[in-house]
Design a protein around this ligand. Structure first.
Ligand code: AHR
Length: 317
């Protein structure tokens, strides 16, 4: 039996239940490594509450084995759907197959897996390669032909945003020999990781005078790197350009202070489109597209960073 056939039964069961009970949603979240992640969790809880769902939340503390155990527990509880933000891209086939066999639709949030897309209902996320490309393109345009030695702070090793944001950035600089990545290491998407890896880069690069830019796969690592640059006696934003991804409030504060230069937005509201897709599916079996893409806008110091901070500061980041 195909995933589609299996899940068609689920849709009909949900339909015939006629709202007799609150839909139960299991949410396997990665953890709380970044401000962006905290906002995604808050917005998912809010969306679930607004729609009258019973959300069962599991924090995996960055460990895939905890996520697999949580999904098995959700299956045992016979939930109506599962949201999964997968910490890494590989190793999901068996547990996704188990969910499909239990006729429980799974929706991926913000990160991708390398399993067959038959094993999940849909995925909500941004074009992660494009995000990296936009960051790289911004740097190429900004340095306008000048030599630029870049240090890169990668996200969690093996995660789809770390893989794709690296690829996208490399594509953008590929035809520009003046822009070169000279060091690249994971900071695990955390502020403390970004700071300590940047300290190592600065030390290895003779104090940092020859570093032109830091490209961080998320804003939290950029904020950590900014701290390290300041402690090394340099000026982030001018001596060393700072470009990153997420558009969290703290990066706009840094931009308003002239200490960060550009960020590419990733919306934390992944649950809204996910729940809309689930509701259509429950209503009449409508199959959503396999990928529901969110927007990725670039913000620079010219885009009213203080106003952007004010608009976002109470959104759960
Ligand atoms: O998967 C999205 C990434 O994960 C965000 O860019 C980052 O902040 C988070 O930890």
């Amino acid at each position: 039996m195909t995933y589609k056939t299996l899940l068609a039964t689920t849709a009909l069961v949900a339909l015939s239940a006629g709202g007799a009970h609150a839909q139960v949603i299991g949410f396997s979240q990665i953890g709380s490594e970044s401000g962006w992640r905290a906002a995604e969790t808050t917005l998912t809880r809010m969306q679930a509450e607004e729609r009258g769902y019973d959300l069962r939340f599991s924090d995996a503390q960055q460990r895939q084995e905890n996520q697999i155990a949580a999904i098995r527990s959700f299956i045992a509880q016979d939930v109506d759907a599962i949201l999964l933000a997968p910490v890494v891209a590989t190793g999901w086939d068996a547990v996704l197959q188990e969910a499909a066999e239990a006729e429980i639709p799974v929706i991926l949030l913000d990160r991708m897996v390398d399993s067959s897309d038959d094993l999940y209902l849909t995925a909500v996320g941004s074009d992660l390669v494009h995000e990296g490309y936009v960051a790289g393109e911004w740097l190429v345009d900004t340095v306008a032909g000048e030599d630029c030695r870049v240090v890169e702070l990668q996200g969690t090793t093996g995660s789809s945003p770390a893989i794709d944001r690296k690829n996208g950035f490399e594509q953008a600089i590929a035809d520009h020999a003046n822009v070169e990545i000279v060091r690249s290491q994971t900071g695990d998407f955390t502020r403390s990781g970004g700071k300590s890896v940047m300290e190592g880069f600065l030390q290895a690069e003779g104090g940092g005078a020859d570093i032109c830019a830091v490209y961080a796969h998320n804003d939290d690592m950029a904020v950590g790197a900014i701290q390290a640059i300041k402690e090394a006696g340099l000026n982030p934003g001018t001596d060393i350009l700072v470009v990153s991804i997420d558009a969290v409030p703290d990066i706009f504060l840094a931009m308003a202070a002239g200490e960060a230069n550009a960020t590419v937005e990733l919306t934390p509201n992944m649950a809204g489109p996910a729940f809309d897709a689930l509701e259509a599916y429950w209503a009449d079996g409508t199959m959503p597209p396999k990928f529901i893409q969110t927007e990725s806008a670039l913000y620079t110091q010219d885009d009213d960073p203080q106003g952007e901070y004010d608009r976002r500061k109470d959104l759960g980041y």
